[in-house]
Every structure is written in C-alpha cells, then in structure tokens.
Design a protein. Sequence first.
Length: 334
Amino acid sequence: MWTGSEWIPSPPMSGDTVHTSLSLAIEDSVVMGDVNQVYNDEEAMISAGEYSIIDHMVIKIRTGIRLGDGEIIKSSIASLCDYCDSSDKVGIVDRLIPITERRIIFEKMIDLVRNIEEYPEIFTEENSKEQWMHYGKQISKSEEVHDAAIVLNHLSENPSYEDSLLLEFSNFEYILSVHLVMLDKLQTKRWGSWRIDDIILLVGMMNDCAEGWFNMFPPKSMSSEYDSMKMEIKQMMKRILDCLTYTSPSRRIVSTGNAFLATMWTFFVFTTPFPFVLNNQSFSNIGDFLGVLFVDLFFVAFPLGLFGISFYAWIQLKELSLLSKQFRSYIELF
C-alpha cells in the first residue's frame, strides 16, 4: 500500500489468500493447457436439423388435417416425399407419425372427398359437356387426395400393403359412386340417341377403370373392412348392370321398329305407281318438275333414313350387350 512517501506491504485481509490461490490456479491452468474445450458433433447437428425440418413438415400436414384443407395436405406430403431421400429420414417420419396416427390421417383425407356435389340441373344435350366437366373435376380431386395418402403410407420403413390396397379401393369406390350419380341423371323416359351415347361412354369408362383395378386386387379376404368395401363395389356393379339391362330393350325396339318400317315403306314404294321423274313424262313448267322431283327424293330418302336409324341403334345395342357381359364377369369375381 502507498503511505504517501513509499510502498509498504499491506496488512493481511480475510479472503485474500483464497483470491490469490484462485488467480494462480487459473493462470496455472491456462499455462499448462488444461482448459476444457467443447467440440460440436457434426453428425448429431445434421440429424437434429433433419429432425427439425421433417417435424415442421409433419406439423403442416396435421394443420391441413385440422383445417380440412386438401391443398395444404397434398403440398406438405409432396414436400415431405421430396425431402425424405434416405432411410434415416424415412425413419424419422416413422417416429413422428406412427401407424395408428397415419390411419387416422388417411380417414380424415378421405372424408374431404367422400361427398359428391351434384350438378344442379338435369342432363340435357346443351349442358352435357358442363356436367361431364363438373363430375370429372370431383374424380380428379379424389384421385389426387388418395394418391397423396398412398405416398404418405409409403414414407415408412415398413409400409402397410393392406392400407395401400384399402386406399386404392376407396378411390375406385368413389369413382363408381360419381359415375352412378351421372347414370341416375341420364336414366329418364326421354331416350335420345345422345343420352344412349353418353351412357355407353360412361359405362365404357367404368369398364376400363374396373379392368385395371381388378387386376390389382387379390381375391382372398384380408380384413373385415376390405370385405365390406368389396361388397359395396359389388352392389354398385349390379346397379350398373341393371342400367344396361334397362337401356338395351329401348335400343332393340328402335332398331327393329325402324328396320320394319323402312322395309314396309320400300315395298310400298316399289309396288305402287307414283309420278317418278324417271318415267319420261313431260312437264308443262318447272314447278311441276320440281314438285315431282321432291316427291321422288322423299320416297327414296325416307326409308334410307329409317335404315340409318335402325343400323345406329343396332350398333348401340351391341355395345350395351358387350358392356353387360363385361360387368357380369366382374360381379362373378366377387
């Protein structure tokens, strides 16, 4: 301490010895190189980062489920699928979304597309195209949601084959349901040819759809839910067959009736003397000539028109019969 004229040793104070020893200990530690250094584990940091990213994506999926927003769900699952390009990342998905929660998510996703919004007007030739587009959009939406659910099911180290099959079946059931709604709207007492063409086109699409799906499904029983869904699809197939059975007689009547009328008309024309232009008769004026020519053309064109209608109805009848045969074979598969 400074006395004013010189430095002298300061008197002893409590805690001074401890302070000195601590200072020395710290200084000695630095000098001797005993300071502990912490090194970050790079692999652990990467794993933690991946877990955080996947967890954020899973939270977005759950948010979409809670809000009932199919677009959020589909985009989140697509992002998750793109990101999970290794087994380690897929394993994280398994830990974050166990199989029980996935099945709940699948049910919630299917609920988003379970209802069918009917077109507000009856089927007419004028709005036929609009109705096809209206129901086609609903089928496309169902396919997108079901495909997203199947992708989520496959984002697992042990994906469930049965769950994928049930999702495929669910989508097929919905497509059949939409087509049956359209068939019900087309089945009216007014059987115009365009309506029959729409029915043939619609059932033909169902036939192509069914052929692809039936090649995928195993005939054996897998679960009560699987069997129940198969029975529902079987009932839908029977309704389609009933529609075809109901439609065929009308085409048979049109085909046979017009052919009969055309035949009788042709026989009547060629057995009754009419003022044909080709009889080399003379005409006093152009008006008489045109009048006889019109009568000749009418008597020739009318039976030809009847034969044309009869032939077209016969083609429709053959197509309906072929489709009926196909759907009977599908029903027998169950």
